[in-house]
Design a protein around this ligand. Structure first.
Ligand SMILES: C[S@@+](CC[C@H](N)C(=O)[O-])C[C@H]1O[C@@H](n2cnc3c(N)ncnc32)[C@H](O)[C@@H]1O
Length: 211
């Protein structure tokens, strides 16, 4: 691998022009100890949402709304973001961020609750995109529900897929790292899915459901 790879990765992370709304939500997230998606991850989520012409996106892990703002930016003007988080306090910040950015209430459904309780009640095959922005242990437990909710041709994005750069190191055998590694491998073996692992932010699994 070229010695300049680290430089390229830094450039990739600094490349997006992050709007002020996202930057402000990011600062709030950092203050509250919620790890927002990186600017390049946010920009990629936005691009994926635009690419599938997303009108209906579900996100697990609202946080203070950084990823949500990027998703709303990529969706069509009538697109609705449904975002779920177990923590009411951070979600209040996200609501404020969506309002401050000028998105009407009709474009966001902010649901407080544990994803494993909420997702089974969400409609099957009706979302253009589902984003799992939780730790890999949670993501692995929620992936089947996420796929169930996706329409054919829809995209599942799983962030934190390289988990603090531990996934690529075979010596790392802790539970969370193993869960991230196993989830990627399980998804890539499925014939009904098209899967890529991208080294953006903390790693992102991009999955298209083709059947
Ligand atoms: C990494 S933060 C999300 C950051 C956010 N996407 C952003 O970019 O601003 C993960 C969030 O997921 C929430 N969370 C973790 N496990 C969850 C679960 N099982 N159900 C619902 N929310 C969960 C946490 O409360 C936390 O706010």
């Amino acid at each position: 691998m070229s010695a300049d790879k680290t430089l390229s990765w830094s450039y990739t992370e600094e490349f997006p022009l992050e709007p002020e709304a996202q930057a402000q939500a990011r600062r709030r997230g950092i203050e509250l100890g919620v790890g927002p998606v990186s600017p390049a991850t946010g920009a990629l989520l936005s691009t994926l949402a635009a690419g599938v012409g997303a009108r209906s996106v579900a996100e697990i892990g609202t946080g203070t709304g950084v990823s949500g703002l990027w998703l709303l930016q990529g969706m069509g003007p009538d697109g609705v973001l449904t975002t779920i988080d177990v923590e009411a306090e951070v979600q209040r910040e996200a609501r404020r961020a969506f309002d401050a950015a000028g998105y009407p209430g009709s474009r966001t459904r902010v649901i407080q609750g544990r994803a494993s309780d909420v997702m089974p009640r969400m409609a099957a095959r009706s979302y253009d995109m589902v984003v799992l922005d939780v730790d890999p242990l949670e993501a692995a437990a929620l992936a089947e529900q996420a796929l169930r909710m996706l329409r054919v041709g829809g995209v599942l994005a799983v962030t934190r897929a390289l988990w603090n750069d531990h996934v690529a190191d075979p010596a790392r055998r802790d539970q969370t790292t193993v869960a991230a590694r196993e989830l990627g491998k399980a998804l890539r073996e499925r014939e009904d899915l098209v899967v890529s692992l991208l080294p953006v932010g903390d790693g992102l699994l991009a999955v298209v459901r083709r059947a």
